[in-house]
Design a protein around this ligand. Structure first.
Ligand code: SF4
Ligand code: MG
Length: 322
């Protein structure tokens, strides 16, 4: 359903080469699949989400590569064609999405604006649909008469998810949708989202720095580091069968609630500066298993049993240096 091919995004800088935030990313998301995209802040995961939704400002970024939704390349469409596709095929919920509502309009009217622009429905039909959607995100349908400030943060984020679903899109991209909320509200929203996804069978790209949260809801997890996908695996296998040293390090920072004992370890060092040209594996300076080849040759994402991984450990027979 979604195919991302060799996608790169560079934020242009006044001086110098710019920031290569996404660097040659390839992946696919089939129909009705819940995919999590995780990584440390600054790894390019939000930029990747924005690039897939074709939401980046072309005056400030250079986007290369292809994003195909049902075979249609979003980067070949005119602004009008793209607008027609937004909401109806692909919609986005942002971290600040709860603040994306117009403060002076009742929720009902904001839903209707989106519906009117894309579908010919009577007022009664629209009202019925809004009530159904609000109920689906576990809100009282009466909140459609409210102004955004009358809702709590969690309620607004539920309403933002309902709005994203108003035209039954095939793909919903959520960028840290619950980060600003407390943990209990976070959990209830992602659980609700996962149930909705099962029922309505849309696909989800859930962007988050919180591996624990992603593991609770995603069917598949993609791990991003320095602008690239370094591992892609079914979520139920990643805890026990992670391959990439970075994925293993991320798991070391995650307290598995089902484990009897957990010892947490951080990841020493910092991610590389994406303004610089990167040689070899970008994780090499922080990797405890690096080999000589890691310093010079960039590993490519290659299929492995149950997923794919970009690491020389699985393509070269060299013994780790230490
Ligand atoms: Fe570590 Fe080398 Fe694998 Fe990179 S390619 S993660 S440096 S072992
Ligand atoms: Mg982000």
């Amino acid at each position: 359903m979604l195919q991302v091919k060799d996608l790169s995004v560079t934020y242009r800088a006044r001086r110098g080469p710019g920031v290569a935030a996404v660097r040659g990313v390839d992946f696919e998301i089939p129909d009705s699949t819940f995919v999590g995209l995780v990584g440390e802040s600054g790894c390019g995961k939000s930029t990747l989400g924005f690039a897939i939704a074709a939401l980046l400002d072309e005056r400030r970024n250079t986007v290369r590569g292809h994003v195909l939704l049902d075979g249609v390349d979003l980067y070949q469409l005119s602004p009008d064609q793209l607008r027609a596709l937004r909401w109806s095929k692909l919609s986005v919920v942002l971290q600040g999405g709860m603040n994306a509502f117009n403060p002076v309009l009742r929720l009902k009217h904001q839903f209707m604006d989106v519906m009117k622009a894309h579908a010919k429905l009577s007022k009664a039909e629209m009202t019925k649909r809004i009530a159904q959607l609000l109920a689906a995100v576990e809100l009282d349908p009466a909140v459609m008469e409210s102004y955004p400030h009358e809702l709590s943060g969690g309620m607004k984020q539920r309403a933002a998810i309902a709005l994203a679903l108003v035209l039954e899109p095939r793909l919903v991209i959520l960028d840290e949708p619950t980060t600003a909320l407390d943990v209990v509200v976070q959990r209830s929203i992602v659980t609700m989202l996962s149930q909705l996804q099962h029922r309505l069978r849309f696909s989800v790209l859930f962007v988050s720095h919180d591996l624990g949260l992603v593991l609770e809801v995603a069917q598949r997890v993609m791990v991003m580091y320095a602008g690239q996908i370094v591992e892609d695996k079914p979520a139920d296998l990643i805890i026990d069968e992670a391959h990439h040293p970075y994925t293993k390090a991320l798991l070391g920072c995650y307290a598995n609630p089902r484990a009897t004992r957990v010892s947490l370890t951080g990841i020493p060092g910092t991610p590389p500066d994406l303004r610089e040209h990167l040689h070899g594996c970008p994780f090499a300076p922080r990797c405890t298993q690096r080999m000589d080849i890691c310093e010079t040759e960039a590993p490519r994402l290659l299929p492995l049993k149950d997923g794919s991984v970009a690491c020389h450990l699985y393509t070269h027979k060299e013994v780790p240096a230490r």
